[in-house]
Design a protein around this ligand. Structure first.
Ligand code: ADP
Ligand code: ZN
Ligand code: ZN
Length: 742
């Protein structure tokens, strides 16, 4: 009889499996998903690997044996292994990279183990009593230890020795004598450090919530697969309460639930809303945990000790075996897309995991992505809308659009602060209220903006603004490759007042100090906030009203509730509008809608001022009116017209290397070959990326667009896999369903 054979993936990005013999002592215990150790490479040094399949026998006699098995059941459940295979093929990454996202590093690398502490107990109470009875001056300390233990067992050796005024050797001696038994007890590393949470009970649903929950229950009952629900609910409509009651329903049916939230909104408050309802049935997974904490939280899911996992992107891979529900909150958030390989989008993978495991998927947002909205409109997803606030006392703030074309200072230049905004801030300072000044500052691309008429030089074919390249004084479109000399006067109104870049937060802060000399001002952006502690510190002092004006970027737009803020000023709404990215309107809308929705939470009479050179831009107008549906309708028309997602699929090919000409040549050769092999996909000729050079490397990109990519994707994947073999100096990466076009 010959031995069984296991195919394993070794932790090297080779995108291939290796065969190993299953030795007699492991026969029957090795299953797909098992973590094993195998001899590999020169000297056959042991390496960890994951089994992907097992076959009964092989004719090959020369196979090396598996050395050992880790754990008594597969580390990766078979359902997740299948999801990993899908990720590798869809996102064009190696199978090893895909397996890597399935397990947290702390679990994968095997360096972290369950933490235990020694606990002492009396081994033989009768013998101990006898020992204490015969105690002499010399053994008095030992007798004291036994006495302490007879009152209360389970203390650590150190604590015992200290309490008895003895040395540690006294405890050791008693262990040797067989009077004390030491047990290693498992302790959990608690990321919440024992914080108490207030238990909550289900609230009476509002009519909107009741309708959404009815639909959720109806979908969860479908035996052929529940499908995906888009939950569109305005801010404060009570989405979280719907999530909580949906989870309760799933738990009652004996199944488990995953809740994904964007990393930035994974605050203690968010977690306590789930802990408050479900107590210690909840495990929390996010990047702020120590390796030990993450290991423990993951193990709770793995061992079936919890029923709910709440976390950022990676919590999607919580190893539940009876998954009934996945919730993706703020489903439009870009942070669900991983920026390095595998470049998966957790929202889309959630829909796939839901389909594979027949679990209901709920995508929730006040400003859904146009992809999800389109899927709901076309019937691919179900839709539930919540358009009223759960608490009618909470009012929307008044949103005002300030036309910056009308603003001029003494030098006839456009100032950063409009007169209306200056007056509004001064009023807050006089009243002792707080102000947030928000600077939209995403990406680095520079555009040509006319300060007189608001004209932005835009590629007519692609509908995205040209990127300004200072060194060559050109404007270029990185989607189609068109380039032209940068004009010196506005092509629309002939004014020479054109600007090639916006103001930074630092200059705004400087200006604010000059304008409001008595105010206490703090700035919050990625330059000033280099660690989470600083972030917390600024927020705390802002909450304590030690700061009058907080200036910041995207960082302050999300998830923050400040009851004393009565004014939010958005200094440059246009900034994000004219990024060379077809999603620029959508992102601007989301950001402005979020800021506007946020400001109305804690106060009456709140005010939002939006400064813009483009007061009639639909993204700005609809955000000011809190009208997502009108925005979506208008923007989807543009997407359809210009053939952008969701009406097609888009993949970006990134090339970079130290020599620009070489990068360009390699990129051209590859894109020509791909175009020949998959003619149904349109591939643009490579052009310099909007950010042309990063860390001394020249970057080129090419965009592949096509409704049906089923033929293209395998070709692309093969190109990614084989690239390294022939190209040592130029790097090539594919970003499937890219969200970042810069
Ligand atoms: P969203 O996530 O949609 O912005 P939240 O879930 O944060 O809204 O709810 C906003 C507020 O409304 C919370 O304070 C919540 O406790 C409250 N709330 C939600 N549902 C109800 C309800 N059915 N009855 C009373 N208050 C509710
Ligand atoms: Zn102009
Ligand atoms: Zn173009």
């Amino acid at each position: 009889m010959s031995d069984s054979v296991a195919k394993v993936l070794i932790n090297l990005s080779l995108d291939r499996t290796f065969d190993y013999r299953i030795p007699a002592e492991l026969e029957g215990r090795i299953a797909p998903g098992a973590k094993v150790s195998v001899p590999f490479g020169k000297g056959d040094s042991p390496r960890s690997a994951f089994v992907v399949s097992v076959s009964p026998s092989s004719h090959r006699k020369d196979l090396k044996p598996i050395l050992s098995l880790c754990g008594d059941k597969p580390m990766i459940p078979p359902n997740l292994l299948k999801l990993g295979e899908w990720i590798a093929s869809y996102y064009c990454c190696t199978r090893e990279q895909a397996v890597r996202v399935l397990l947290p590093g702390a679990v994968r690398n095997g360096k972290i183990r369950t933490r235990t502490v020694p606990r002492c107990y009396l081994a033989d109470p009768a013998a101990a009593a006898e020992y204490m009875g015969k105690a002499t001056a010399r053994t008095r300390a030992r007798a004291e230890i036994l006495k302490l233990l007879s009152v209360r067992g389970g203390q650590s050796p150190d604590a015992l020795a200290t309490a008895a005024g003895a040395g540690k050797s006294a405890v050791r001696a008693l262990v040797k004598l067989g009077l004390i038994r030491v047990e290693e007890e498992k302790v959990l590393r608690d990321p919440l450090r024992g914080a108490k949470v207030q238990p909550t009970v289900p609230l009476d649903p509002t009519p909107d919530q009741a309708a959404a929950l009815k639909k959720i229950r109806e979908m969860a009952d479908r035996t052929d697969g529940p499908g995906t629900l888009l939950l569109h609910g305005i801010t404060c409509s009570g989405k979280t309460e719907v999530y909580l009651q949906a989870i309760a329903h799933i738990l009652e049916r004996g199944m488990d639930a995953i809740v994904l939230v964007p990393e930035i909104s994974l605050t203690p408050q968010t977690v306590s809303r789930f802990r408050g309802r479900f107590g210690d049935k909840v495990s929390v997974l996010h990047s702020g945990l120590t390796d030990g904490e993450r290991y423990d939280e993951w193990m709770k899911v793995y061992n079936g000790d919890v029923r709910i996992a709440v976390g950022a992107r990676s919590a999607l891979f919580a190893p539940f075996r009876r998954l009934g529900l996945i919730i993706v909150d703020e489903e439009h958030e870009n942070s669900y897309k991983q920026s390095e390989a595998p470049r998966y989008n957790a929202r889309d993978v959630a829909v796939m995991r839901g389909r594979m495991e027949k679990a209901l998927v709920i995508l929730g947002s006040a400003t859904p992505s146009l992809e999800s909205w389109h899927n709901a409109e076309s019937g691919k997803y179900e839709l539930a809308s919540m358009r009223t606030r759960s608490n009618p006392e909470i009012h929307l703030p008044a949103v005002r659009i300030v036309n910056m074309q009308m603003e001029k200072n003494e030098e006839d230049k456009t100032p950063f602060f409009s007169k209306m905004l200056i007056q509004a801030v001064q009023k807050r300072l006089a009243d002792g209220d707080q102000t947030i000044l928000f600077l939209n500052k995403r990406g680095f691309a520079r555009q040509m903006l006319c300060e007189v008429c608001g004209f932005v030089a835009t590629c007519a074919d692609c509908g995205v603004p040209y990127t300004y390249h200072r060194k060559t004084a050109t404007l270029s479109c990185h989607l189609c490759g068109a380039a032209l000399p940068a004009p010196e006067t506005c092509p629309d109104c002939a004014s020479p007042q054109i600007r090639y870049q916006g103001a930074g937060t630092e200059r705004i802060e400087h200006q604010a100090h000059a304008l409001f000399s008595s105010a206490r001002i703090a700035r919050m952006d990625s330059d000033t906030m280099t660690n989470p502690a600083q972030y917390e510190q600024v927020l705390t002092s802002f909450r304590r009203k030690e700061i009058d004006i907080l200036i910041g970027t995207q960082m302050i737009a999300k998830g923050l509730d400040f009851p004393n803020v009565t004014l939010v000023g958005i200094l440059n709404a246009d900034m994000g509008l004219f990024l060379p990215d077809f999603r620029a309107q959508e992102r601007t809308f989301q950001l402005l809608a979020q800021v506007a929705g946020r400001a109305g939470r804690g106060f009456a009479g709140g005010e939002v001022l939006i400064q813009t050179f483009n007061p009639f831009n639909p993204a700005i107008e609809h955000a000011a009116n809190h009208d997502f549906i009108a925005f979506a309708e208008e923007e989807l028309e543009v997407r359809r017209e210009l053939e952008y997602p969701p009406f097609t699929r888009l993949c970006i090919l990134h090339f970079e290397g130290p020599d620009a000409a070489e990068v360009q040549a390699a990129a051209e050769a590859l894109t020509q070959r791909l175009a020949g092999e998959a003619p149904e996909v349109e591939i643009s000729p490579p052009s310099p990326a909007p950010v042309e050079r990063i860390k001394g490397k020249y970057r080129f990109m090419s965009v592949a667009r096509g409704k049906n990519q089923s033929r293209f994707r395998p070709v692309l994947r093969a190109a990614v896999m084989n690239w390294r073999k022939t190209n040592k100096t130029v790097d090539f990466q594919a970003d499937v369903d890219a969200l970042n076009l810069l």
